[in-house]
Design a protein around this ligand. Structure first.
Ligand code: ASP
Length: 434
């Protein structure tokens, strides 16, 4: 059995949904479809999920969500009419939902309705069963999947029947509706794949797979044919945005392969994400910007047991959670998302840490990026060296190199204003045009 997840762009309007049908009907093994809410139809357009969050924000301010909700209704009604399905029943559902949002059911409820309505419309169009995610997917308070989900899904999904399931949301054990983080329909698809023991989890989107580098920066970047779970997690952590980084966990142990495909070019093979794939060269490069750096120094810093932990606890108090760390004998460097703290918070934090830990020095500066080279055998194959040579040749300054903390990536610090050039230089050194 194949589980096929369709992202927002694949269900953005009636024409896209027709493509979804022809994909699903072209292979009998496609038995379960997991769908997102309609996404953008063009650059200027708004995602249904964003509009739903806006509705909730209006209600929080004491206003009615009606003006924004009307846009949502219009889009769904238009889809239903073009697909020639019952729009009267749908109108009633839309009215009920608007009342619930106006009654203050909250952000998660509001946001989830995009997927709910999308799945309802698509199941009717296909003549497949509708299974509501809130009846099967159990989400813990920390947004992880509750193990109970798997047996619930197995109970609900009858053999031989075909289903459409909304992505992105479920219910807590206490019966409260809850969403995953943004882009979370990928996670739902992975959960369902594991529950049914799928032979393949297809992830249909608007690009022909995962690119070796962001194609908006690197023109003619190639699509990666095969990549391992580990490598794809590294790439998404570094800002490559094709596949939700948390969606690997549910299929990891079962080893279910994931195929990222393009709804608009269904004949393209896309990217296969598999458990075991040994690459002997870099597989891709990505760059994550918007980072600030804390540097602190103290003689014999690590002499005292638990020092790093104590410092980190203090950082957390100021709302800072570092995403990358480097340690020297008497120093620590942490990188964190610049959005986490403004200038005055940074200053207050530096003063407090300097005083409390009698630091020799502490400073925060901004405008950093991290370039990640992902793949296998990065050191021994010479791939890492090639990137460093390429960066030097293009006049890119590097602020650090971190190799060995992960077997699937090497991280290189660069200045944010040079990050696009760094990405281009790294790409052309690793994957020269044939
Ligand atoms: N519709 C949700 C979002 O925009 C979830 C998803 O598309 O996966 O984040």
């Amino acid at each position: 059995m194949i589980v096929s997840k369709f992202g927002g762009s694949s269900v953005a309007d009636a024409e896209q949904i027709k493509k979804v049908r022809s994909i699903l009907e072209s292979d009998e093994r496609r038995m379960v479809a997991v769908v997102s809410a309609p996404g953008k139809r063009n650059r200027e357009d708004e995602k249904i999920t964003d509009l739903l969050y806006k509705c909730n924000a209006l209600v929080q301010k004491g206003q009615s969500c009606r003006p924004v909700f009307n846009e949502i209704s219009k889009r769904f009604i238009q889809i239903a009419q073009k697909l020639k399905i019952d729009d009267v029943k749908l109108s009633e559902k839309l009215d009920d939902i608007r009342c619930m949002i106006d009654a203050g059911r909250g952000a998660d409820y509001a946001a989830s309705r995009g997927e709910y309505l999308s799945a309802l419309v698509i199941s009717e169009y296909l003549g497949w069963e509708f299974l509501d995610a809130e009846d099967a997917i159990v989400i813990n308070q920390d947004s992880t999947v509750n193990e109970m989900t798997y047996s619930r899904l197995q109970e609900k999904l009858e053999k031989g029947k075909k289903y459409v399931i909304p992505g992105f949301y479920g219910e807590t054990e206490q019966g409260v509706l809850k969403t995953f983080t943004r882009g979370g329909s990928d996670i739902t698809g992975a959960i369902v794949s594991r529950a049914v023991g799928a032979e393949l989890y297809e992830n249909w989107t608007d690009v022909s797979g995962i690119f070796r580098a962001d194609p908006r920066v690197v023109e003619n970047a190639e699509v990666i044919p095969v990549i391992s779970y580990k490598e794809v997690r590294e790439l998404s952590d570094l800002g490559a945005s094709v596949f939700h980084e948390e969606a690997i966990a549910p299929v990891y142990d079962a080893g279910i392969p994931i195929n990222v495909r393009n709804t608009n070019r269904p004949d393209d093979p896309g990217t296969m994400i598999v458990r075991d794939s040994e690459s002997d060269w870099a597989i891709g490069v990505s760059v994550r910007g918007g980072l600030s750096r804390i540097r602190l120094r103290k003689l014999m810093l690590f002499r005292k047991y638990g020092m790093r932990h104590a410092l980190l606890t203090m950082l957390h108090i100021f709302g800072i959670r570092p995403c990358y760390s480097l340690f020297g004998i008497d120093s620590i460097v942490w990188f964190f998302d610049s959005k986490m703290a403004n200038e005055s918070v940074c200053q207050a934090m530096c003063e407090r840490l300097a005083k409390e830990f009698s630091l020799e020095s502490i400073s925060v500066d901004h405008g950093h990026s991290i370039l990640g080279v992902v793949g296998g055998s990065l050191e021994t194959s010479g791939a890492c060296l090639k990137v460093l040579e390429g960066l030097k040749e293009h006049g890119i300054e590097t602020t650090f190199i971190n190799s060995g903390s992960s077997e699937a990536s090497v991280l290189i610090g660069v200045r944010e204003d040079q990050s696009a050039d760094a990405l281009k230089a790294a790409y052309s050194s690793l994957f020269p045009r044939k």
